[in-house]
Ligand binder design. Structure first.
Ligand code: ADP
Ligand code: MG
Length: 270
């Protein structure tokens, strides 16, 4: 079993794209699992009220469990809601459910509403570090919107990873996200960078998919991972078993691709 390179500091990566269905959640959970499988200690924060990442990581009492909602409104510490995952001992999840959708309204008048996740996360990382459990990677799965939730993620993160589905309007769809990232940089988080682009749902036999992949690589030459994620039925199936494809079907093309992508991501650490 190969060990991945440990980053010198905790890398906090927001997985974002305001378009739905491009593979954000699939990428967040499988990259998190791939990094954990590589021997690193990983925390996945489910920042989407749909709670798909929470379910995909096997949390069965999602709708009654203490969740990120309790943390953002100030009732709980992030550390107190963390759950270990069944199949990977060094992967933890901060679960979410539909109550998270109330945050926009409930925090509307709070001066620190954009920094709540950052502040809770920093406190949590410090507590874990002091107990000898330093987290190597924090992966934040963002919802497909540009509300307060993804803004909290962009303020808490030091990097953005954008999954790009290889379809016709892939790059055009990114303009709103790029503006939101600029806004987060200018207001709260000057060192935030788009570090990584991951091409998802790539179809081997279509010219369009290859053409779009080529365009994305030209536009983001440094950021785009060499590894591309192919279309794979196993990737779509594994969440319903409460597992990532990496533990559920380790030999499938999707598992192999996400492990390679996680390895590449880890190799790029300082
Ligand atoms: P998002 O979080 O951006 O909305 P998801 O990760 O939930 O996107 O993916 C959308 C749908 O596509 C889900 O049903 C998921 O299982 C499926 N999917 C994601 N990636 C792949 C892939 N590489 N091959 C096949 N299906 C995929
Ligand atoms: Mg999602």
């Amino acid at each position: 079993q190969e060990s991945f390179k440990k980053p010198s500091q905790t890398r906090i990566i927001a997985v974002a794209n305001q378009k739905g269905g491009v593979g954000k959640t699939t990428s967040a959970v499988n990259l998190a699992a791939g990094l954990a499988k590589g021997g690193l200690r990983v925390l996945l924060i489910d920042d989407d009220p749909q709670g798909n990442a929470t379910t995909a990581l096997g949390v069965e009492d999602r709708d009654s469990a203490p969740s990120l909602y309790d943390v953002l409104i100030g009732n709980r510490s992030l550390l107190s809601i963390l759950r270990p995952t069944e199949s990977l001992p060094n992967l933890y999840v901060a679960p979410s459910n539909i109550s998270l959708s109330l945050v926009d309204v409930e925090l509307a008048d709070e001066a620190d509403r954009r920094q709540r996740l950052r502040d809770s996360l920093q406190e949590c990382l410090k507590d874990l570090h002091e107990h000898g459990n330093t987290i190597d990677y924090v992966i934040i799965d963002c919802p497909p919107s540009m509300s307060l939730l993804p803004i909290n993620a962009l303020v808490a993160a030091n990097e953005v990873l954008i999954p790009v589905q290889t379809e016709y309007y892939a790059l055009e769809g990114l303009s709103q996200l790029l503006r939101t990232i600029e806004a987060a940089k200018n207001s709260d988080n000057p060192t935030l960078e788009i570090s990584t682009i991951l091409l998802t749902m790539v179809s081997k036999n279509t010219n369009l998919s290859a053409e779009v992949a080529q365009n994305v690589r030209e536009y983001f030459p440094e950021q785009t991972l060499r590894t591309e994620i192919p279309r794979s039925v196993r990737l779509a199936e594994s969440p319903s078993f409460g597992e990532t494809v990496i533990t559920y079907e380790p030999r499938s093309s999707g598992a192999i691709a996400y492990r390679a992508a996680a390895h590449e991501l880890a190799e790029r650490a300082n």
